[in-house]
Unconditional design. Sequence first.
Length: 127
Amino acid sequence: MKLACSDNKVNVIYGLFVALTGMLDLIFIFVSYVLILRAVLSIASQKERLKVLNTCVSHICAVLIFYMPILSLAVIYRFAKYSSPVTKILMADVFLLVPPLMNPIVYCVKSQQIRNLILGKMCQKES
């Protein structure tokens, strides 16, 4: 009983620190992309602008693929206290497996040859 009712200031401060660190990370990423987009939009050539934006979209997708499982896992652990343990385990597995597996796919789809091959296969199946 004594241990359960002990002072938990350290736990609260640590949780606050982790939450602020995650928020600062997202804020810095957002500010950097705003600055990148501002620099890209100042490029005169339309072709160069589209090339740079294509790279930026790939980076944004990679960042979203990394952060979405983290955010959803945090929400499940914080607010869904009575959810099934299987749900929490599956989300943790998604967090561990999806970002490393999807990162090469995001950057490969950017390649023109692969994109044309995929679109060609999709168009053949529809016919």
